[in-house]
Design a protein around this ligand. Sequence first.
Ligand code: IPD
Ligand code: CA
Ligand code: CA
Length: 281
Amino acid sequence: MTEDTLRKVRVVFCLFSIMDANLSSILVDMMSWAREAGAVHRRYFRGDELNVKSKLNDSDIVTVADKAAEQLLINHIRESYPDHSILSEESGEEDHAPEYRWVIDPLDGTTNFSQGLPSFCVSIGLEHGGETVLGVVYAAYLDELFHAVKGEGAFLNGERIKASDKSDLGQCVVATGFPVDKDMNPDNNLDNVARVLPYVRGMRRLGSAAMDLCYVAAGFLDGYWELNLHPWDVSAGLLIASEAGAEYTHFRHDRNISVLASGRNIHERMLSLLSDRPAGV
Ligand code: IPD
Ligand code: CA
Ligand code: CA
């Protein structure tokens, strides 16, 4: 059996272990659609037809690949689950609030993508009654498929993953990101970087919040925090991280979603280093 076949067998085996048949069939769709969105990413990646456009400013961009992947996902959901609602980054939200809501970032890491850097993915979360129950993140260039089911654990390409159990911050590698309004708002996270940097082995800025969270889930990162995120950045990733045993805390409530996710043994220490108020206040 080839490594690729083994990988597929492992993924199918994971699906059979899910108790709720309805959720398990939705998860099969999510994974297959995430791979299709990934194929869209690959088709445009490092090509010259990206058509990069600014949104809020030059740090907040969208490409044709974001839009094509989003349209593909929305079409699938509308066709297969017409009574579900959708919140998606480039199209916004439908105003009704039924039982199930899909929360989608069709391309997370667009700045990397537009530069030809390989850290980008599609992120799909499914909420039931307001709680995220399924999450899928697929990084097409790396062929990394993360998924989690509420109460059933988290997986990378079908193999169960676990968050870091390190307790010595000095041996930890953490990641962060910078808010897109950094050109006009001095509350730009550099205060937290200065507080954390002296105490960790290394600090990274990978450029995709969904992948940062999945890498915390897999223990590739020991921790990650960021300010001013949105539901589509974190919906799937927070479920995947928590199902892998990571802890997460919303450490500020005045800056959209501002969250720390980390291995549980460094969580309190990391929280004590992060500021719970705007820089300089
Ligand atoms: C961005 C990425 C980035 C984070 C930004 C997000 P996008 O999402 O997740 O890592 O720092 O805050 O907006 O725009 O590439 O989908
Ligand atoms: Ca995003
Ligand atoms: Ca995006």
